[in-house]
Design a binder for this molecule. Structure first.
Ligand SMILES: C[S@@+](CC[C@H](N)C(=O)[O-])C[C@H]1O[C@@H](n2cnc3c(N)ncnc32)[C@H](O)[C@@H]1O
Length: 251
């Protein structure tokens, strides 16, 4: 039995503001690198071949919006509000509500991708369940790519990190820290500053947990779920990723 994902305000009551929190154009560079990795692992040449790809944890669909010209995608997420945002930028894509740890669509794809959303997997059991979900949607030889934001021992987790974002309807700050270096989680504290019609500003807090695992945990958990596992590097740094894709070829 899988517990419901935590209800983060960013993906619930503030989901309609996603494109102000995170701009689609920031994902273009990373999507171009991901395209190379997908085709390379599939041993396919790009056009006219359009692989069928399942993206789990699609969020507001910013990454996907740079990929729909070279893949046929199905997009899933546990948040209906975020799927609504993704539908706006990816109108041709089928969108389905689903938890990446437990959903089963009863069909297979050429590739399954989970980008920054994999960071919401907090325990090794979450990772195992998610990798088993990916495997269930692939035939042998199918490709799985996960793009964690953090890898223990590789990505620096500063005790204090503050990132500022500013758009018309809200500004926000993001503070990242590791309250307990002995567990597999870190905390991200967001504050949203929302101007009100009367000239005042409302400040709203949203605390998220992300998983933090060493590379070996990523690799062996993926192997245990039925993949030959490996890594690929990427250099785009506009969305704050770890610079590593963890890759799997379904056995
Ligand atoms: C940072 S957002 C993804 C943004 C996305 N890469 C984009 O381009 O817009 C993270 C997403 O992970 C989703 N998520 C978190 N836990 C999940 C789970 N267990 N199953 C499916 N989606 C999940 C959240 O609902 C959220 O939409």
């Amino acid at each position: 039995m899988t517990a419901d994902p935590p209800e983060y305000r960013m993906y619930g009551e503030f989901a309609h503001l996603w494109q102000q929190i995170s701009a689609p154009e920031d994902y273009a560079e990373e999507a171009a690198e991901l395209r190379e990795v997908i085709f390379d692992l599939l041993h396919g040449s790009p056009e006219p071949y359009r692989p069928a790809v399942l993206e789990m944890g699609v969020g507001g669909g910013n990454s996907l919006s740079h990929m729909t010209d070279f893949i046929d995608a199905v997009a899933t997420d546990s948040s209906p509000g975020m799927l609504d945002m993704s539908r706006q930028v990816n109108p041709s894509v089928e969108h389905i509500v689903g938890d990446m740890r437990s959903m089963r669509l009863d069909r297979t794809f050429d590739a399954v991708i989970i980008l920054d959303a994999i960071s919401y997997m907090l325990t090794q059991d979450d990772l195992r369940q998610t990798f088993e979900t990916a495997r269930a949607h692939l035939e042998p030889g199918g490709v799985f790519i996960a793009g964690p934001d953090w890898i223990n021992g590789i990505t620096a987790i500063p005790n204090l990190s503050c990132k500022l974002g500013k758009a018309a309807e809200l500004s926000y700050s993001e503070y990242v820290h590791d309250p307990d270096p002995t567990d597999t989680q870190i905390e991200l504290i967001f504050n949203f500053f929302i101007p009100q019609p009367d000239g005042s500003v409302k400040v709203e807090e949203d605390r998220h947990l992300h998983g933090l695992f060493p590379l070996e945990t990523w690799l062996h958990t993926m192997r245990d779920a039925g993949f030959e596992s490996g890594t690929r590097r990427y250099s785009a740094d506009t969305t704050g990723g770890s610079g590593y894709y963890i890759t799997g070829i379904a056995i």
